[in-house]
Design a protein around this ligand. Structure first.
Ligand SMILES: Cc1cc2nc3c(=O)[nH]c(=O)nc-3n(C[C@H](O)[C@H](O)[C@H](O)COP(=O)(O)OP(=O)(O)OC[C@H]3O[C@@H](n4cnc5c(N)ncnc54)[C@H](O)[C@@H]3O)c2cc1C
Length: 349
């Protein structure tokens, strides 16, 4: 089992709407440091299956580490979805779920900048964590554009009303109900967002909504670097399954044409390993029995992010890191191949 997987007890199950539940977890004292999280991060749950043994699914934390005592996730049923319906139908207070430690980089770096938050449906989950944190920690102004089918299907509707009343000078709540106005178009988003066009944008919602928001913000000439997006998808890999180390290459310390030499700092230790030119960094580490962090292995979750301290690399795919992060040397281990004979990579930063 993945060393970052832990059994957590469900302390509370809250029915948010007819289609969504929140699960609040108890964190045992010895795991407190492992479950310290940043607003916008997510947990990965192991969901049992008679068919495949288990599946893994990510759920953003809807709680804020700065306002809430315990971590909570919020799950909305996906039509015909396996895991979301299993969780909504089967989990009760006292149940134990196997959960990976928090991961993800959908988190504001500072709480002093004004925010434009855009969410639709279950996309409110990380946005709620960011919103509560920003209201508690900063003094900035925040606008939330939140699209739903109707008022009844709106997760956290009354909590948001309360926050808008309590922080009436700082928080502007802009509901969009499909039942009244149809699906939001790019033009409608541009109109709503115009007063907030200098704010940093955090966006989470279904593909159609995300496209409309990005087109609308494009019409306002909001630069892409100001737009941060969390994309939901189901994992195809299962990080709960044991990865058997299969290191076969001799422990080279001299690079060859096909094999680079890697020095890697991880979990307070330094390892020197051969890194074949065609093998992704994460696979090299796992094959050598090194417990590198990962969840999706598709470049989307950024759990395996690390820093290239020396040498050149390239990524096969990148759905998470923005140009600013790339220029700081960050890379995703699950997609990284070596381009120089010797490299130094660090995870512990
Ligand atoms: C970073 C991140 C954060 C997210 N945060 C949230 C959130 O806060 N809230 C939220 O609601 N969602 C969130 N999601 C989405 C969530 O992870 C799931 O994608 C979503 O719940 C749909 O999963 P599902 O299994 O219900 O549906 P699907 O993935 O559509 O399920 C169908 C799949 O399950 C398989 N399947 C069917 N039956 C079985 C079986 N018996 N055994 C094994 N497999 C079976 C099918 O073959 C099919 O592939 C997030 C995703 C990401 C990446």
């Amino acid at each position: 089992m993945n060393a970052r997987a832990h059994d957590l007890k469900v302390r509370e199950v809250i029915s948010e709407t007819a289609e969504a539940v929140s699960l609040i977890f108890d964190i045992p004292t010895d795991l407190t440091h492992r479950f310290t999280y940043a607003p916008g991060q997510y947990l990965t749950l192991r969901i049992p299956s008679e068919r495949t043994g288990s599946v893994a699914r990510c759920y953003s934390l809807s709680s804020s580490p700065h306002c809430d005592d315990r971590p909570a996730i919020t799950i909305k049923r996906t039509s015909d979805g396996y895991a979301s319906n299993w969780l909504c139908d089967n989990v009760s207070v006292g149940d134990i779920l196997t959960v990976l430690e928090p991961a993800g980089n959908f988190t504001p770096r500072t709480w002093n900048r004004d925010l434009l938050l855009c969410a639709a449906g279950s996309g409110i989950t990380p946005i709620m964590s960011i919103l509560k944190s920003a209201l508690t920690l900063g003094r900035s102004n925040i606008a939330l554009v939140y699209a739903n089918r109707d008022r009844h299907s709106t997760i956290f509707a009354s909590q948001l009303d309360q926050l808008a009343r309590r922080h009436s000078r700082r928080l502007t709540l802009l509901h969009w109900f499909e039942s009244d106005r149809g699906l939001p178009t790019a033009r409608a988003i541009a109109t709503l967002a115009r007063p907030y066009r200098r704010h940093d944008v955090y966006l989470c919602g279904p593909t159609g909504f995300a496209i409309a928001v990005k087109q609308g913000l494009g019409q306002l000439r909001i630069p892409e670097r100001s737009i941060h997006q969390e994309q939901y998808r189901s994992l195809t890999d299962n990080p709960f399954e044991h990865h058997t180390p299969v290191a076969t290459e001799a422990a080279h310390t001299t690079p060859t044409a096909d094999i680079s030499t890697l020095r890697v700092d991880i979990d307070g230790r330094t390892h020197t390993l051969p890194w074949p030119k065609t093998k992704k960094l994460l696979d090299v580490l796992l094959d050598h029995g090194i417990d590198a962090p990962y969840v999706c292995r598709e470049s989307a979750c950024a759990t395996c992010v690390c820093t290239v301290k020396h040498g050149r690399t390239h990524m096969l795919q990148n759905e998470s890191l923005i140009p600013e992060e790339l220029s700081q040397g960050l890379t995703l281990a699950c997609q990284t191949l070596p381009d120089s004979p010797t490299l130094h990579i660090a995870f512990d930063e």
